[in-house]
Design a protein around this ligand. Structure first.
Ligand code: DAH
Length: 336
């Protein structure tokens, strides 16, 4: 008898209820008045007295099981009424993609800049963010009273009235890495130097107290201004496409002579405008002297570009603060 009950139990458990029809079939087969559960109870009369308690208990368990299976399946079918498939019915269905993160627009722009200059034969160098006055200013031919040394632009970490003590500053540009490189290595030198720089400026949509630059330096015998401009034009075309609209203007920097700036035309809703993306020039002989490279024998060009500007231009971002807020709604747009 117990065997028969167990067999019925297995039958109930292996019955697949997939829709209203099979639910009804299950009810008829097991739970109706003529169903298998009820018939099973009819056999009770044949069970010897001393086994009745045990068998009765097993029968009741099977009856409850059948009722449970029925109830569960019924409510599941009701809640699934509008769905074509149940949760696990088709494991080959494509899943909803989840957001897996993305590179920051500054990282993407920097990666592209690095890749372009790598193609043009430059390697990568870096230097410290905490600099001394000599590397950040003096060796770059800034006169002692130059306004860029003023408290307004520079975060001074240690400032002393004693002329023998070198002031410590957060570097205001990546140009001091040029000085470190030229002190360390003999020409030919052909490197880019990416890094974070700091300026004591009011935070607005256009300026921030930190930003990113990529410095470039090429020193060898007979390096010319023509090569500099050709390299910058090539860079703009690789970065923005061969139809990019650019212009080169004369400018001034203490550490280059002559000096230029390059602008890129930015098309926008209000008709567009020129945006300056970099400064550049031929390394000033005074800079070569500060690092003990013979200016009679060597010449070189240098450039410094703003990565933030380049990223903003490329992605049409009009507020630099967005680059540093780390708002996920902003960053999500740069999934590649
Ligand atoms: N250091 C300059 C700045 O922060 C940018 C610059 C201009 C770098 C001309 C250069 C250069 O190497 O040749 O504004």
């Amino acid at each position: 008898m117990i065997d028969q009950i167990n067999q019925l139990k297995t039958e109930i458990q292996s019955f697949r209820i997939e829709n209203v029809d099979s639910l009804e079939a299950f009810r008829l087969q097991f739970l109706s008045r003529n169903g298998k559960v009820q018939s099973m109870f009819g056999l009770m009369a044949m069970v010897p007295k001393e086994e009745k308690a045990l068998v009765g208990k097993a029968m009741n368990e099977v009856k409850n099981l059948a009722q449970n299976v029925f109830d569960t399946a019924k409510s599941k079918l009701a809640s699934n009424e509008t769905k074509v498939f149940g949760a696990l019915d088709d494991i080959s269905l494509p899943v909803e993609p989840t957001y897996t993160g993305s590179f920051h627009p500054l990282t993407q722009a920097l990666d592209d800049i690095k890749q372009i200059f790598y193609r043009l034969g430059f390697n990568i160098a870096d230097g410290p963010e905490l600099e001394d006055d000599f590397h950040n200013f003096t060796a770059l031919n800034f006169p002692p009273d130059h306004p860029a040394r003023d408290m307004q632009d520079t975060f001074f970490i240690r400032k002393s009235d004693d002329a023998d003590v070198n002031d410590l500053v957060l570097r205001t540009h990546t140009s001091p890495v040029q000085i470190r490189l030229m002190k360390e290595k003999k020409p030919p030198i052909r490197s880019i130097m990416p890094g974070r720089v700091f300026r004591n400026e009011a935070v607005t949509a256009k300026s921030y107290f930190q930003f990113n630059q990529v410095e470039g330096l090429y020193v060898d015998e007979r390096v010319t201004m023509g090569e500099l401009i050709e390299t910058l034009v090539m860079f703009s075309k690789l970065m923005y496409g061969s139809d990019v609209n650019y212009r080169v203007r004369p400018s001034f920097f203490p550490f280059t002579e002559p000096s230029i700036e390059m602008d890129i035309w930015w098309d926008n809703d209000t008709g567009g405008q020129w945006l300056e993306i970099l400064g550049a020039g031929m390394v000033d002989p005074n800079v070569f002297e500060a690092v003990k490279i013979d200016p009679e024998k060597y010449s070189g060009y240098a450039f410094g570009m703003g990565v933030d500007r380049i990223a903003m231009l490329r992605y049409g971002i009009d507020d630099i603060r967005l680059l540093y807020d780390n708002d996920i709604r902003f960053l999500k747009q740069f999934t590649s």
